[in-house]
Design a protein around this ligand. Structure first.
Ligand code: NAG
Ligand code: NAG
Ligand code: NAG
Ligand code: ZN
Length: 443
């Protein structure tokens, strides 16, 4: 009975708090929302992100709540900011909370509010419009705000916590997380468990991601005897290429059928999508029409879930899709690894075999939240560079009842969703940093 009253009071005070937050007007000044808006106003969109001002802002924020900061620079003009909250047992593996500083471009004329204004609607329910509102400046600020709140309650972490802010995630992370993760600076952090960005959910469960798919760029080329357009003959380049295109289409359909039948998510199957075809003999007006070309090429975007065997798909490519017996060749550009340094699939276990998983899950549930079934991300993030090291990592951005607007026009986040996220991180960060069960890196 008593606990019900306490619960009701808590819920009421949260509601009053949220209402106060939302009725104060668009400009919030020195509040969590105000600081979120300030961070959103830095123009860190590609192709010319300037990281100087946002990093100064974050350094100032971190120092104002008593955290230490270090700015590392592996490539000039591309800083990696590391914020640290020292734990009482710094010899234990640490917790890393990652986010990226950059964002994709925005076509301002397609937005109802300018993409770097961080305009907050008053009549429309406190929606904060900005490029990066969901992807992923929200978590960058929420990490700091939750630590600010934990500090004000006197909470002391046992494990050391690090927050990293990295450049260039949206263009592959090569000058950002890739270099940071490979550095001795990173090794010295002795990271035991990490969180990185996730995605919004229009429904009411928090999404969580345990792996990325690995992209391959596949190009198949057919060569054959050229001939007059009128001649019927076997084994022309076009004929051989089209045989492969048909085979690949059939494979694509079998994978897509699993998705359409509800047996697998989009990200759980191998996708292989044609992205270009190149053939023909150019002429002044287009192509020579009475000539069969000697070479023809097709390009594919292929994505592999972590549990798939890369050798099997390579065998299929060599034997069926681009067999030398049909005078075909192929190249595969692997844009990431499928196995870690011990030959294990690059994914984080979301069951009892991973003690961090239970701590994380319980911490989210303690806030009244529910976790959706763990997913593989259909695309890739910087998470792959950390998982490749064998460090368990979950992708998580606490945004429920929110349309998925990353990279879209009119990207927004509702203020109450942003504030609720801070509470979720308070629970998650205090649980992870208090957890003593794992005394060595599990890699
Ligand atoms: C980046 O912004 C800072 C101020 O925030 C400015 O001093 C600097 O010149 C800018 N860098 C470039 C390359 O534009
Ligand atoms: C492969 O190329 C050779 C030489 O151009 C040709 O004789 C042969 O018929 C071709 N075979 C196939 C299956 O395309
Ligand atoms: C946990 O999941 C991993 C795959 O993610 C699997 O290999 C392992 O067998 C599972 N362990 C348990 C105890 O269920
Ligand atoms: Zn992102």
């Amino acid at each position: 009975m008593a606990s019900h009253i306490v619960e009701t009071l808590l819920v009421l005070s949260v509601i009053i708090f949220l209402q106060l937050q939302t009725t104060k007007g668009e400009e919030e000044g020195d509040t969590p929302i105000g600081r979120f808006q300030q961070y959103l106003r830095f123009k860190t969109a590609h192709p010319n992100p300037n990281y100087t001002a946002p990093v100064s802002f974050l350094v100032h924020q971190a120092q104002s709540i008593g955290l230490t900061t270090r700015t590392l620079e592996y490539v000039k003009g591309k800083p990696v900011l590391v914020v640290t909250w020292l734990g009482s047992k710094p010899q234990l593996p640490s917790i890393l909370l990652n986010s990226h500083l950059d964002s994709v471009p925005a076509e301002a004329d397609k937005w109802i509010h300018p993409p770097f204004s961080a305009h907050r609607t008053l009549d429309g329910g406190g929606l904060i419009y900005a490029r990066g509102a969901q992807d992923d400046k929200c978590i960058g600020v929420q990490y700091l705000e939750s630590i600010r709140n934990l500090k004000s309650t006197g909470f002391l972490p046992i494990r050391t916590l690090h927050i990293s802010y990295v450049p260039d995630e949206e263009i592959g992370g090569f000058d950002g997380m890739a270099k940071f993760a490979a550095s001795s600076d990173f090794r010295d952090l002795n990271v035991g468990f990490a969180l990185d960005e996730g995605q919004a959910n229009p429904g009411d469960e928090f999404r969580v991601f345990f792996a990325d798919r690995t992209p391959w760029e596949l190009v198949i080329t057919a060569r054959g005897v050229p001939g007059h357009g009128a001649k019927l003959y076997d084994n022309g380049a076009m004929e051989n290429l089209m045989k492969s295109v048909e085979l690949i289409s059939r494979f694509r359909e079998t994978q897509f059928d699993f998705v359409k039948a509800g047996k697998a998510a989009n990200s759980e199957v191998i996708s292989v999508n044609p992205v270009y075809l190149k053939a023909g003999t150019p002429s002044n007006t287009g192509f020579v029409m009475n000539m069969q070309p000697s070479e023809a090429e097709a390009g594919y975007d292929l994505r592999l879930p972590p549990m798939d065997d890369p050798h099997l798909i390579k065998k299929r490519i060599a034997e069926e899709w681009a067999p030398s017996i049909r005078n075909m060749t192929y190249t595969i550009k692997e844009k990431g690894k499928l196995r870690d340094h011990l030959g294990r699939p690059i994914m984080t276990a979301t069951n009892g075999s991973n003690p961090w998983w239970s701590v994380f899950k319980q911490a989210v549930e303690a806030t009244g939240g529910k976790l959706a079934k763990p997913e593989i991300l259909a695309s890739t993030t910087d998470a792959r560079y950390i998982r490749t090291l064998g460090i368990p990592l979950l992708g998580f951005s606490p945004m429920i009842n929110t349309p998925i607007l990353l990279h879209d026009h009119n990207e927004f986040l509702k203020d109450t969703v942003f504030l609720k996220g801070i509470q979720v991180y308070e629970s998650v960060i205090s649980a992870l940093s208090s957890f003593e069960g794992v005394s060595a890196q599990m890699i």
